[in-house]
Write a protein that binds this ligand. Structure first.
Ligand code: HPA
Length: 283
């Protein structure tokens, strides 16, 4: 399905109820683990794990580095729901389907969504391994009929015409900056852009994005952030800079998935510590 018409309130409610009927915890925080960042899921205690294929109407994860589990449990004693692996356009899923979990979270009572992703660093002052808070996005797919909000609008999720100038909540970013400062972990903040993938970007595409003020580029997150915000949930999004975007026509460098996963693995523990402290702080 291209539009969200298929994912009616009742159908989303059915998924939400299916999950809630199987657990006692009522998490107010949801975390989406990006490429190579699924290790956070392993740190969830008293975990109840639902492989995506067991959940009614859920798509499946098909990407190497993405596991495909919905995990409900506790991080530092705080109830959380964690997606170990997410859904991407390049897997053949519409954005409406990619963002279905956000609507499920909404009906489960989640108030804050923490999105993580791997991204290529476009900002020339960024280093591989940097952690960047997303403050805004440029997402060309969302300018098209691939916008996940197209179709019948059910006001129980959100408004027909949602504003998009405050998707990534400043107060949450401020809290996260405070935590990073205390841990002496350097933190960047900037604009994220995503295309649908699975190919990486051309040099000219990247140069155009740089001119637009984009700092990092990926293949996810903006669609989820949009729908979570539309549903009235607070969004914090973190991009891990796993590689440098190549903006020199003659460069012999190129991005590749193994490097993305390798960098993510190397930076996973810092990112996990930040997320766990953040969850404790906002609870
Ligand atoms: N481009 C798009 N997506 C990505 C990249 C990139 O350079 N790195 C990790 N995900």
């Amino acid at each position: 399905a291209i539009t969200n018409n298929e994912f009616t309130y009742d159908r989303v409610k059915n998924i939400s109820d299916w999950i809630l009927n199987r657990v006692d915890l009522r998490p107010k925080i949801a975390i989406v683990c990006g490429s190579g960042l699924g290790g956070l899921g392993e740190r969830v205690q008293d975990a109840r794990i639902f492989p995506y294929e067991e959940i009614p109407d859920f798509p499946r994860s098909t990407v190497v580095g993405h596991k495909g589990n919905l995990i409900i449990g506790k991080l530092n004693h705080i109830p959380v729901i964690c997606m170990q692996g997410r859904f991407h356009s390049y897997e053949g899923y519409s954005n409406a389907l990619c963002t279905l979990p956000m609507k499920v979270f909404k009906l489960m009572g989640v108030q804050t969504v923490l999105l993580t992703c791997a991204a290529g660093g476009l900002n020339q002052s960024f280093k591989v391994g940097d952690i960047m808070l997303i403050k805004d996005h440029v997402a060309p797919l969302l300018w098209t009929l691939q916008n996940p909000l197209i179709g019948h609008n059910d006001e129980r999720f959100g408004p027909r015409f949602p504003a998009c100038n405050k998707i990534y909540k400043k107060n949450l970013r401020d809290v996260f900056h405070g935590i990073a400062e205390k841990k002496q972990i350097e933190l960047q903040e900037g604009v994220y852009s995503s295309f649908g993938g699975p190919c990486y970007e051309t040099v000219t595409e990247l140069r155009a994005l740089l001119q637009m003020g984009v700092d990092a580029v990926g293949m996810s997150t903006a669609n989820e952030a949009l729908v979570a915000s539309y549903c009235g949930m607070n969004v914090l999004a973190i991009a891990l800079i796993t590689n440098k975007a190549v903006i020199d026509y003659d460069s012999e460098n190129f991005p590749f998935h193994e490097e993305v996963i390798e960098t993510a693995n190397r930076r996973a523990s810092d990112l996990q510590e930040l997320v766990i402290d953040f969850v404790s702080k906002i609870n």
